[in-house]
Design a protein around this ligand. Structure first.
Ligand code: DLZ
Length: 206
């Protein structure tokens, strides 16, 4: 490893990723919002580039990084519970069929499946936040709890949950990783990688 051909960061997936059938949750913090907001934008841009429909991206915010795992778990569980409501699903299907039938009878255009909100649970989630070390031990405790918590959300719910939390020693480190660095090179927006990771993990199959 090393030398001019060394590629730091994630190599693009070998297979084509089609996110057009996916529903993705983004939970982000309001702490450090000047850095978090560009990261959220980067994630959304990657999702759009991979075909995820705008209406199938649900975005919620929480105060700080410590709240990310609990919020993500609650929202994922809600989406899973809603989709196990079989009566609702059957009614939904019947309504769709009736709408399409009436469309064909009246001559109006059939429903465009690409433009509709996908029902069912989230296929993946992305937790986005920025922790910047201060002069106390707060950083260590929150970073540890948040990273462990986000891992647990993914394993316990079965929904891939991307760790989109920067844990930086300085403001400049965080800004460079959000693509808004103050130097000549603004850096790379890691939110783009997180969006792509969510689609890749949602589509993971044998
Ligand atoms: C308290 C705190 C501190 C000191 N630093 C950050 C930070 O850099 N990034 C962040 O997202 N949140 C921080 N918080 C807030 C905690 O994550 C949490 O919101 C509060 O402790 C309330 O539970």
């Amino acid at each position: 490893m090393g030398g001019d051909d060394f590629h730091k960061g994630v190599k693009a997936a070998a297979r084509t990723l089609d996110g057009s059938g996916l529903k993705i949750l983004i939970v982000h913090t309001r702490w450090n919002s000047e850095i978090v907001d560009p990261l959220v934008r980067g994630a959304r841009q990657a999702l759009a580039r991979l075909g995820v429909q705008e209406q199938n991206i649900v975005v919620r915010d929480v105060p700080g990084a410590y709240e990310l795992p609990g919020a993500a778990q609650r929202l994922i569980r809600q989406s899973q519970q809603q989709s196990t409501n079989l009566v609702g699903a059957v009614v939904d299907d019947l309504m769709t069929a009736a709408g399409e039938l009436s469309g064909s009878v009246t001559g109006t255009a059939p429903r465009d499946p690409a433009a509709s909100v996908k029902s069912g649970p989230f296929d993946a989630a992305i937790c986005i936040g920025v922790l910047i070390k201060g002069s106390t031990m707060h950083f260590e405790y929150i970073a540890d709890a948040t990273s462990q918590g986000i891992m647990r959300v993914g394993l316990d719910t079965g929904v891939p949950t991307v760790f989109g939390v920067l844990t930086c020693l300085t403001d400049d480190q965080a800004m460079e990783r959000a693509g808004i660095g103050r130097g000549a090179d603004p850096g790379h927006n890691h939110g783009e990688d997180w969006g792509a990771a969510a689609v890749e993990m949602a589509l993971l199959a044998l």
